[in-house]
Design a protein around this ligand. Structure first.
Ligand SMILES: Nc1ncnc2c1ncn2[C@@H]1O[C@H](COP(=O)(O)OP(=O)(O)OP(=O)(O)O)[C@@H](O)[C@H]1O
Length: 262
């Protein structure tokens, strides 16, 4: 018999055009599952709850306007960046567009994602040297940008990138948001300068929502409920420690010591 398991429970949140919502939480907390639910990819697979876009239930029409950048890519190592995007545009863009129009969509996405410098470099893999890790992530985003999505969902787009490349990538996401896109991204360990670019954050801990609100107000909220910092640190690290239960453990430990003095 198949055993059922609760992966997410009682999550509520919202995000508007022009904003970046970051889903934070430790490994296994349910970030990818939540992103899949938001994209309507869990329907009929034990998913209960409601996801609405512009006050309407998700439909085929909304899925067509949703771009989903997965954690693992499936790019052809021998194609160049430009060839990859042309190939994808020929497959994904409507038949009503001519080849010339599809190519011009590719041109604008290449410049929007800052890929001009490497457009003729092959993608590569672990055996054949190709684009850098950061450029590869951008190609994945470009892949989804070809369909001009209203909602762009990204699963750990900065994993494996150094802090500078991660910051640059999130700056690009910020510029897409400024053009009116709605961005929802999971992120494992954002630096403080990346964290301050999020409009709102949703912190998950074992499938439950620990915090949903403005990124800039998270620390004040946790301070108001008794979790304050003893020294300055990256808010994202603090939230991850909370989600991992580290602070709760410290609180229990301190109270146990106090009890032993009574
Ligand atoms: N189809 C499934 N069947 C059983 N368990 C699942 C399934 N999908 C996810 N899980 C479990 O649900 C939990 C959450 O998984 P999920 O991939 O959403 O976490 P995550 O926060 O994205 O993790 P990571 O940061 O490591 O990618 C994990 O314990 C995972 O093993």
């Amino acid at each position: 018999m198949v055993q059922e398991r609760m992966i997410l429970n009682g999550i509520t949140g919202m995000v508007s055009p022009g904003e970046i919502l970051a889903i934070l939480g430790p490994s296994g907390s349910g970030k990818s599952t939540l992103l899949n639910a938001l994209a309507g990819r869990l329907q009929g697979r034990g998913f209960t709850g409601t996801v609405v876009a512009n006050n309407k239930k998700l439909s085929k029409q909304t899925s067509k306007r949703t771009g989903f950048v997965t954690q693992d890519d499936i790019l052809y190592p021998h194609l160049t960046v430009r060839e990859t995007l042309i190939f994808c545009s020929l497959l994904r863009l409507p038949k009503s567009l001519s080849k010339k129009e599809k190519t011009s969509v590719v041109e604008s996405v290449i410049s929007e994602l800052g890929l001009k410098k490497c457009e003729n470099t092959i993608i590569g893999n672990s055996f054949i040297r190709g684009v850098s890790g950061g450029e590869r992530k951008r190609v994945n985003i470009a892949h989804e940008m070809l369909i001009n999505p209203s909602l762009l969902i990204l699963d750990e787009p900065t994993s494996g990138l150094d802090s500078t490349a991660a910051h640059r990538l999130v700056l690009t996401l910020g510029s897409l948001a400024q053009k009116g896109k709605t961005i929802v991204t999971s992120m494992h360990q954002p630096s403080s300068r990346v964290y301050q670019m999020f409009n709102s954050v949703l912190v998950l801990s074992e499938g439950r929502c620990l915090y949903f609100g403005k990124g800039s107000e998270a620390m004040a909220y946790f301070e108001s409920v008794g979790f304050s910092l003893s020294f300055p640190m990256n808010p994202a690290d603090f939230l991850l420690d909370l989600a991992n239960g580290t602070y709760a453990l410290i609180a229990v430990f301190v109270s146990a010591i106090l009890d032993s003095y009574d």
